[in-house]
Design a protein around this ligand. Structure first.
Ligand SMILES: Nc1ncnc2c1ncn2[C@@H]1O[C@H](COP(=O)(O)OP(=O)(O)OP(=O)(O)O)[C@@H](O)[C@H]1O
Ligand SMILES: [Mg+2]
Length: 400
């Protein structure tokens, strides 16, 4: 699939901008702070309804404006779509697809699929476990948009249950702010909800990790270059009991056989029972601390390089290669048997040495559409020749 047009009104630094995009490679270049990342951030927003840079929408609206509008033309094998998103401050965003207002914004997910690499991706390796869970959940939604609802439901249940734990905890009860009995009965109900939705989410993540693993391993070797044995590995670790994705040494074939032995439904049911039991075991500690101690919100995507945990051990270059491998692996998984997602490389080449730059460029050159930003156009390897725009002063100009 590809983006045919991007029009912005009061989005970030753009009062208004309108670009028509061709298939193949498009390079946006210009000095620092002129609005290159702002552009690709808008593209990512159309695909995910979230920014890759900020968790709140406020900064996306141009200073002094009330709302930002993103319009995107998206063409895939079956049709041309027009996505229109109103990002509002202080009230709900609105989304229209082919001029028809959607009752829920998330219904637009899947219309445009993107894979975005950005300097922020280093946090995937060096940051908190939450970054890696978000990576998995974003990829899950890109693979199967229905998981946006599962994820939303889980977040809601987790919030409710956590509030309840706080109100039923010893401190609240002593202070006369909560009734322990009432809360305990309600907690049982929320345990059941959390286990049911949590199991669905975590088993989906486990399948996803199994599916993306070979692509990530392959991409790591391609990006990092040289030989080496099992340099990068990824695995999923539950916050409770046993289970989890197959060990990283296992071949994809074995993993597939595993899956056919115990089908998806069985695995979800057994995860649900396991999580339910775990919640029972940790409840006293949860009440004491006022936090929910078991569930997919505490699971880990474990990353390692040469047998050592990536976080805290991997070198800067290794961390970069692994972050890239996660994105490239995602791209390969998303395109398998389907149309290519739009690939976005924000300021990536400046961070890489010449060898990695060239290998990355060769890997992505054949994608249906690649959007590249670079402060220094010479940083972009020649194999990625394509349409060029120069970005400055809140505007865009064709640069050949
Ligand atoms: N909500 C907003 N309203 C107005 N201007 C904004 C808003 N958000 C960001 N900006 C401006 O946009 C500019 C940053 O744009 P962007 O991040 O796209 O730069 P860039 O071209 O990618 O730069 P670099 O090469 O350093 O990555 C900053 O000057 C910032 O002040
Ligand atoms: Mg930038």
């Amino acid at each position: 699939m590809r983006l045919t047009r991007l029009a912005l009104t009061d989005f970030r630094s753009y009062a208004s901008a309108d670009v028509t995009l061709a298939p193949g490679v498009t390079i946006f270049s210009g000095p620092n702070g002129e609005g290159k990342t702002n552009l690709v951030e808008a593209v990512g927003y159309v695909a995910t309804l979230a920014s890759h840079r900020v968790s709140q929408d406020g900064p996306l609206i141009r200073q002094g404006a009330e709302q930002a509008i993103i319009r995107a033309g998206v063409t895939d094998a079956t049709r041309d779509n027009l996505v229109e998103i109103e990002v509002n401050s202080g009230r709900a965003n609105r989304v229209r697809l082919n001029r028809v207002p959607l009752s829920r914004p998330r219904e637009v997910l899947g219309t445009l699929r993107t894979v975005l690499f950005a300097p922020e991706d280093l946090a995937l390796i060096k940051g908190d476990p939450g970054e890696r869970r978000r990576f998995l959940d974003d990829l899950l939604v890109a693979m199967a948009p229905r998981y946006a609802a599962v994820r939303g439901d889980y977040d809601r249940v987790l919030k409710q249950r956590t509030a309840l734990l706080k109100s039923a905890g010893p401190k609240a009860v002593r202070a006369g702010r909560g009734s322990r009995e009432a809360a305990m009965a309600t907690l049982d109900v929320w345990d059941a909800h959390l286990a049911r939705i949590g199991a669905e989410l975590l088993v989906a993540r486990e399948h996803l990790v199994d599916a993306v693993r070979p692509h990530v391993g392959h991409a790591y070797l391609e990006v990092a270059g040289g030989g080496g044995d099992t340099p990068a590995a990824i695995s999923y670790r539950r916050s409770f009991g046993t289970g989890g994705s197959s060990p990283s040494g296992e071949s994809p074939v074995e993993a597939a056989e595993d899956r056919s032995r115990s089908d998806h439904r069985d695995r979800v049911l057994s995860a649900e029972a396991g999580l339910r039991a775990a919640l029972g075991e940790v409840r006293d500690a949860e009440l004491e601390r006022g936090v929910c101690l078991a569930g997919p919100h505490r699971d880990e995507l474990e990353l390692s390089v040469r047998g050592l945990p990536a976080r805290g051990y991997a070198s800067h270059g290794e961390s970069w290669s692994l972050a890239l491998a996660l994105r490239l692996g995602s791209f390969e998984l998303l395109r398998a048997g389907r149309e290519d997602p739009v690939l976005i490389l924000d300021d990536v080449f400046a961070e890489l040495d010449a060898g990695r730059r060239d290998r990355l460029a060769r890997l992505v050159a054949a994608a249906e559409q690649v959007l590249v930003t670079a402060a220094v156009p010479e940083d972009v390897p020649a194999v990625l020749a394509g349409t060029r725009f120069s970005v400055s002063g809140g505007g865009l100009a064709h640069a050949g």
